[in-house]
Design a protein around this ligand. Sequence first.
Ligand code: NAP
Length: 373
Amino acid sequence: MNQRTLGTTGLPTSALGFGCMRLPVLDGAVDEPSAIAMLRWAFDHGVDYADSAYGYHDGHSERVLGLALRDGYRERVTVATKMPVWLAKEPADFDRLFAEQCARLGTERIDCYLLHNLQSARWDQVRDLGVTDWLERRRAAGDIGAFGFSFHDSYATFERILDEYAGWQFCQLQYNYVCEQVQAGTRGLELAAARGLGVVVMEPLFGGTLATPPAPMQAVFDAAGADPTDLALRWLWAKPEVSLVLSGMSAQAQAEHNVALAARPGYDQLTAAESAVLQAARTAFEGLYALACTNCGYCLPCPQGLDIPSLFALFNSAGALGGGPRQLARALYGQKAEGERASACAACGECESKCPQHLPISEWMPKVQELLG
Ligand SMILES: NC(=O)c1ccc[n+]([C@@H]2O[C@H](COP(=O)([O-])OP(=O)(O)OC[C@H]3O[C@@H](n4cnc5c(N)ncnc54)[C@H](OP(=O)(O)O)[C@@H]3O)[C@@H](O)[C@H]2O)c1
């Protein structure tokens, strides 16, 4: 496994980290034996960084990662997890949430601790509650190795958060070859690196879309004899500002593929011809996707009980692909009960304040109904 460094923390990390937001699922719950086996397989093959959060898999991501870290794995792995800042209403909540997370993970120390999904108002709130003093105290006590934040808001907010506190050690950004202008984007990546922050990349495959792209994008890769996952990940590793790349891997074959790639010599090189292939794929992507939903599930639960990501996935496949896939999407939509369809959206907007992509979800729901209904 190739190694990189987490910014000026100097912490060595594997080029590939394990994102624990998309662990294998069986009957709606984490498939624990498969998840633990996959995580340990990855740790045995050089992955030494695992990223979780309080809320992933309804709290079971941290617990299952904790199980995987037993039997001697804990000492070999950098454990990263995130404070759900929206649950911190008073300073005492920082200690309470941290203790709960340590208990779930079966550890007394979190190596890399992040404030989760910091947005403008959330930052103001926890800053005013004294979160940075708390982080520094817990780091001085040895309970936290390094601290940072994960981010999906605008570049302007990103810059403000960096300007208002000089002690950040790393950040976690959504970044991939179709998201250069999205959220913090390339400007944010470069700003963070220039200030010495480690940059952990999340959603490198845009939640899987760049690994198994729709036909017009896949055609670009086929014509070039290139693998879409390989080029998407190598595009990231070729950037010196990127410290490490997290992928959420939901199947053993994905872990094997991505680990092999991260272990290859030249994993961080991209030829001019490969860059041109990605440019063509980017152009194809921009013509396809009406709705840049990454299926992260942050919008859930919907007060009406709607499965918003699955509605948008159906919409995208129907809208982008036409033909047979559109018929299939309509058939699947038709199988949903009335209360599960986009028409049941009450436009309350609760989901929109939580969507990392800032999608105007309630505006899209009538369009979903129109195309699929
Ligand atoms: N802090 C935040 O706000 C935040 C937000 C998002 C993510 N994250 C973290 O960042 C991590 C990485 O983001 P992500 O999970 O979105 O990563 P990603 O790599 O963009 O997407 C993961 C998905 O890509 C597909 N995939 C991965 N490797 C593949 C391969 N070799 N071949 C085919 N498909 C492949 C799988 O999709 P299928 O499951 O559909 O097969 C997998 O679930 C997360 O797991 C989480 O730890 C944090």
